[in-house]
Ligand binder design. Structure first.
Ligand code: FAD
Length: 423
């Protein structure tokens, strides 16, 4: 397979069709229609860049939610999608950490309250499938963005263009390929970008819960020896006034056993683990299972390719970091490419792609390290680690300025990333 001839800047995506064949050329070719791919596609097309994005939108409920922090909400607002999503999401006012490891040096519970740093809330919790469905609807309506269902499997990186093909006669090309195809990214692999992946002995069980007591916009993360057990507020619905989502990290065998339980039995386990914090619980809808791993790509860019979101980094679901980090990639990449387009540069030129990599690498390295350390520290029952973790929680609970600094960093990390995410 060879990469086709250059596409003029600003042209509409060009298509050619024949029996069993569909070819689309644009300025930017993209793979992966998850939250990250869709948001980059919308941002680029809104900036006047033609985009062809290949991926099947999966908007089926899977019991999973994402807590979108302030920078992510601002980015989605700039894309024009937040207004529709806001009513489906619940504000998070307080984030509480509870050390439930049973350690000798157990730290006190820590409550991070957004009002302490002059905010109404840290962000909003939304069901993942509603976020993806909302982004897909917006993507279909943006001129200059062609969203095609399917998969891309073969990639050819030429000197001026990159081309990619699916198994069903679909072929696309662009001056640059944006890989947002998740942690098993085929595009990343084809570009020869390696990853460092460390699996944890954990899976996350996810579910939607209806409960008796109000959540009062408080998210509670219990740190247990098998992983985090987190209850995150959701808005009430026609069926239930009080709803929350659950992310429960545990050993894979325990996840398999619990996922197979009848919903009422699983609900009793959840009530026990949550110490009846939310009163009686009902598990509603599908229960999801997600293997937990830490993954980091060796590079964010290569010849005519940029990787973003879980294609570039994945981490344990602690402290609502994963998608928030990924949406900062999305904001940074779309801004770098839009700037390059305004300056008449080749969007796939190494100098352009390096600007994206430089903007993002510090934030990604810091978050990956921090989440990995915390997850290991919870699982590790050796005394020095317990002591350090307990001391950290004690300091957070008793030293106001430290707690407020941690809150600001959680919301709006590092100057570079901050600027990219909030501009
Ligand atoms: C249990 C759990 C809870 C989480 N909670 C939070 C939270 O509260 N806050 C937070 O910020 N983050 C959270 N995360 C992380 C967050 O969900 C992920 O970071 C986010 O979903 C990654 O989005 P993505 O678009 O990069 O990848 P994905 O959602 O994996 O999307 C990739 C897309 O690419 C498609 N694809 C793959 N290969 C191809 C191909 N060859 N051709 C075409 N398409 C392809 C896939 O089908 C998929 O649609 C959580 C994660 C888990 C597992």
């Amino acid at each position: 397979m060879t990469a086709a001839s250059p596409e003029p800047a600003g042209a509409a995506p060009r298509g050619a069709e024949g029996p069993g064949v569909r070819t689309v050329a644009a300025e930017v070719a993209m793979v992966g229609a998850g939250a990250v791919g869709l948001s980059i596609g919308i941002a680029l097309a809104t900036a006047g860049i033609t985009v062809v994005l290949v991926g099947t939108v999966d908007a089926r409920p899977n019991g999973r939610t994402v807590a979108l922090l302030e920078g992510s909400v601002q980015f989605l607002a700039r894309l024009g999608v937040w207004r529709q999503l806001r009513d489906l999401a619940e504000p998070l006012q307080v984030m509480r950490l509870v050390d439930d490891t049973g350690s000798l040096f157990r730290g006190p519970p820590v409550a991070f309250d957004a009002r302490e740093i002059g905010r109404d809330c840290f962000g909003y919790n939304i069901q993942n499938h509603l976020l993806v469905a909302g982004l897909a609807e917006a993507a279909r309506a943006v001129p200059g963005l062609t969203l095609l269902p399917g998969r891309l499997e073969r990639f050819a990186f030429g000197p001026d263009r990159v081309a990619a093909e699916g198994p069903d006669g679909l072929s696309v090309s662009g001056t640059v390929l944006v890989a947002a195809d998740g942690r098993r990214s085929a595009a990343r692999r084809a570009a020869g970008i390696g990853v460092r992946e460390v699996p944890y002995p954990q899976e996350a069980l996810t579910a939607t819960l209806h409960h008796d007591r109000p959540h009062r916009n408080v998210s509670t993360e219990f740190h247990t020896r098998q992983g985090p057990f987190t209850l995150v507020p959701l808005p009430g619905s026609a069926e239930a006034e009080h709803r929350s989502s659950l992310v429960w990290g545990m050993a894979p065998e325990a996840a398999e056993r619990r996922a197979a339980l009848p919903p009422e039995r699983l609900a009793r386990d959840i009530e026990r683990q949550s110490r009846m914090l939310l009163g009686r619980i009902r598990v509603v809808g599908p229960v999801g299972r997600f293997p937990i791993a830490s993954l980091k790509a060796d590079r964010l860019v290569g010849p005519r390719i940029a990787v973003a979101g879980e294609a570039a980094h994945a981490m344990a679901p602690i402290g609502a970091q994963g998608l928030n980090l990924s949406l900062r990639d999305a904001a940074a990449l779309s801004e770098v490419l839009a700037d390059a387009r305004r300056g008449g540069e080749d969007l796939g030129a190494p100098a352009v792609l390096d600007r994206y990599a430089r903007t993002r690498q510090g934030d990604i390295a810091a978050r990956s390290f921090g989440v990995d350390w915390l997850n290991r520290a919870i699982l590790d029952d050796r005394l020095p680690t317990d002591l350090l973790r307990g001391a950290g929680l004690l300091a957070m609970s008793s030293i106001g300025p430290l707690r407020r600094l941690a809150m600001r960093q959680g919301l709006m990390p590092g100057a570079d990333a901050d600027a990219a995410a909030t501009r």
